[in-house]
Write a protein that binds this ligand. Structure first.
Ligand SMILES: C[S@@+](CC[C@H](N)C(=O)[O-])C[C@H]1O[C@@H](n2cnc3c(N)ncnc32)[C@H](O)[C@@H]1O
Length: 194
């Protein structure tokens, strides 16, 4: 399977993976940053992981996924791409796993549960090295972060409010320099300054 076929596979099964322009941005950002240690929240079937590892031969990836079925597919895909020795998949809830992580990462890609970015943020700041990069997908959350209509289901409004709080925090934080890209579902690219 090539990367286009993997994308098709995911789309046909309604497995949520990155949109094309966000994927391009992620690839280019990894290529520019040349990270050694990447942390990802939200593996799904390994699509974004394969994109990141393809962008930098020296990078190793620790990635977290709550769905065992998705993690199994991701493992098979990393194997097929010859990347298994560069990947470690943590299977479980990122809310349990992230607070237990140690060590330093120079690149973090946050693409897990959309209502939890604000919860993970302080932990990720501790794990990220100075000069490291934090990329977050879906920060505009279907357009709801900036315009919350009255008729949206409650779950979406809660997620949108949580995402709004996260977006406000990261853009205001003096510890980060952040750029918001209005592509895909909204992507931030932040550099940790201190
Ligand atoms: C948008 S998808 C990730 C897509 C993937 N990064 C890509 O572009 O190929 C979000 C993933 O996060 C996982 N997820 C949701 N809640 C989670 C949690 N609490 N802990 C870990 N993973 C979670 C979902 O099962 C799903 O596979």
């Amino acid at each position: 399977m090539n990367i286009e076929q993997l994308k098709q596979y995911a789309r046909e099964r309604y497995i949520p993976i990155m949109l094309d322009d966000a994927k391009e941005l992620l690839y280019e950002t990894v290529q520019k940053c040349k990270p050694r240690r990447i942390l990802e929240i939200g593996t799904a079937i390994g699509y974004s992981g394969i994109i990141m590892l393809s962008a930098c031969d020296e990078a190793k990836l620790n990635t977290i996924e709550v769905s065992e079925a998705s993690a199994r597919l991701a493992k098979a895909n990393f194997e097929e791409w010859g990347m298994s020795d560069r990947v470690n998949i943590f299977i479980g809830d990122a809310r349990d796993i992230v607070p237990q992580l140690t060590g330093e990462y120079d690149f973090v890609f946050m693409d897990g549960p959309k209502g939890q970015y604000e919860t993970f943020f302080p932990y990720l700041t501790e794990l990220l090295s100075v000069g490291g990069t934090l990329v977050c997908d879906n920060v505009l959350y279907k357009g709801l972060v900036e315009h919350v209509p009255d008729n949206k289901r409650h779950k979406h409004i809660t997620v949108a409010r949580n995402m709004r709080a996260f977006l406000d925090d990261i853009t205001a934080s003096p510890r980060y320099s952040t750029k918001l890209y209005r592509i895909g579902d909204g992507v931030t690219v932040s550099t940790k300054l201190y």
